[in-house]
Design a protein around this ligand. Structure first.
Ligand SMILES: NC(=O)c1ccc[n+]([C@@H]2O[C@H](COP(=O)([O-])OP(=O)(O)OC[C@H]3O[C@@H](n4cnc5c(N)ncnc54)[C@H](O)[C@@H]3O)[C@@H](O)[C@H]2O)c1
Ligand SMILES: [Zn+2]
Ligand SMILES: [Zn+2]
Length: 362
């Protein structure tokens, strides 16, 4: 099968023919139908998120089950599924306390003694990213990394739910509780930010301020629920959000992943408000913040990983939101592309020229 392989950081992905193993017990072989391209894939290529090459990136997929290993009962060949990087074990402390997205065994890979899931033409192992590696025609994944979905859900839009939509909407609906009427700022209107924005709208937020450095995104942000927009390149975005929200927003969602925008997001948060860190800052970077400001104004700063999901429950619900018209996904897709276009897709993300790109497979 064809896959886009990252051979070394900062190098373009290379389309190669890879060997994919047969499903072991508890595993599922999928035909990839569609994969979104998330900023986190680019962050691995550029070394901000640390993951060793050679590897196949891609972690926002929808597909069709081709074969299942022994003991698999949750899905069967022909089922439409979404893949999620937060596989769960079901027995660790986090799985049993209701936070399976924090499962401590989620990235342990195959049982000992089994060959690697992916190998190159020389027989050398190729790392699988996040249990998925969806920049490939097929995926061999744990049963507990997929959820069966309704057959009437289009698979290109289902793919978006695999990471960006679940991350953004879940940050707003699962990580925190936004009371009706609360003021919200969304910092960064890419795939993740636009999903957080829609989560805030669905939760019944009052004012929703969209902040981005690309003013062309504001038409779409407004269609998806923003009540005001702030161009971060035109004056001080912190002062602008404070002015629009009476001194700072009740909830600020940082959906970019830069130290400077984390600082701005905390500063945009009002007294007693909550900053939700969704963007992933370079793993080796420290971000200075005023501890006294956080104490005296009683601000809360919370991290949000993969939309605090219980994806077997959440993803079908987000699909229902889409199919009944409350969650807008069609508008979020800016380009439908082929696997061979993945490097151009990375370039468009670098330049901020896109909202969400989806790779389609045959
Ligand atoms: N927490 C999680 O579980 C999780 C999951 C998926 C993605 N992420 C992270 O979320 C972040 C966003 O991902 P995405 O795919 O939506 O990215 P994206 O590139 O599509 O969106 C980022 C947006 O930020 C805007 N931007 C960039 N610099 C800016 C600045 N200085 N001021 C204002 N706006 C600016 C860009 O114009 C763009 O609209 C990334 O850091 C990604 O790694 C986190
Ligand atoms: Zn992602
Ligand atoms: Zn677990």
């Amino acid at each position: 099968m064809k896959a886009a392989v990252l051979r070394a950081q900062h190098e373009p992905l290379v389309i190669e023919e890879l060997e994919i193993d047969a499903p072991a017990p508890g595993e599922v072989l999928l035909r990839t139908a569609a994969s979104g391209v998330c900023h986190s894939d680019l962050s691995i290529q550029e070394g901000r998120i640390l993951f060793p090459p050679p590897c196949v990136l891609g972690h926002e997929p929808a597909g069709v089950v081709e074969a299942v290993g022994d003991g698999v009962t949750d899905v069967a060949p022909g089922d439409h599924v979404i893949g999620c990087t937060t596989a769960w074990c079901g027995t660790c402390r986090f799985c049993t306390d209701g936070r399976p997205y924090l499962c401590i065994h989620q990235y342990e890979g195959r049982a000992e003694g089994l060959p690697p899931r992916l190998r190159d033409a020389k027989g050398e192992p190729v790392h699988q990213f996040g249990n998925l590696s969806s920049f490939a025609e097929k995926m061999l994944v744990p049963e507990r990394a997929v959820v069966k979905i309704r057959d009437d859900m289009p698979l290109d839009r289902a793919a978006l739910i695999g990471c960006g939509v679940t991350t953004g909407i879940g940050a707003a609906l699962r990580t925190v509780n936004i009371p009706a009427g609360a003021t919200v700022a969304i910092v960064g209107c890419g795939g993740v930010g636009l999903a957080a924005l829609q989560g805030a709208r669905i939760a019944g937020a009052g004012k929703i301020v969209a902040v981005d450095a690309q003013a062309w995104k504001f038409d779409l942000a407004t269609k998806l629920g923003a009540t005001e927009c702030v161009d971060a390149t035109d004056g001080d975005p912190v002062a602008a959000v404070q002015a629009l929200t009476g001194g700072g927003a009740d909830f600020v969602f940082e959906c970019i992943g830069l130290g400077t925008t984390v600082q701005q997001s905390v500063a945009m948060t009002g007294r007693g408000g909550t900053t939700v860190l969704v963007g992933v800052v370079n793993m080796t970077e420290m971000v200075p913040l005023s501890a006294a400001d956080i104490t005296i104004q009683e601000k809360k700063i919370v991290g949000s990983y993969m939309g605090s999901n219980r994806f077997r429950f959440d993803m079908p619900q987000y699909i229902d939101f889409y199919l009944d018209g409350r969650l807008h996904l069609d508008e979020m897709i800016s380009e439908r592309i082929r696997l061979g276009d993945v490097n151009e897709a990375f370039d468009r993300i670098r330049k901020g020229e896109t909202t969400r790109q989806v790779i389609l497979f045959d």
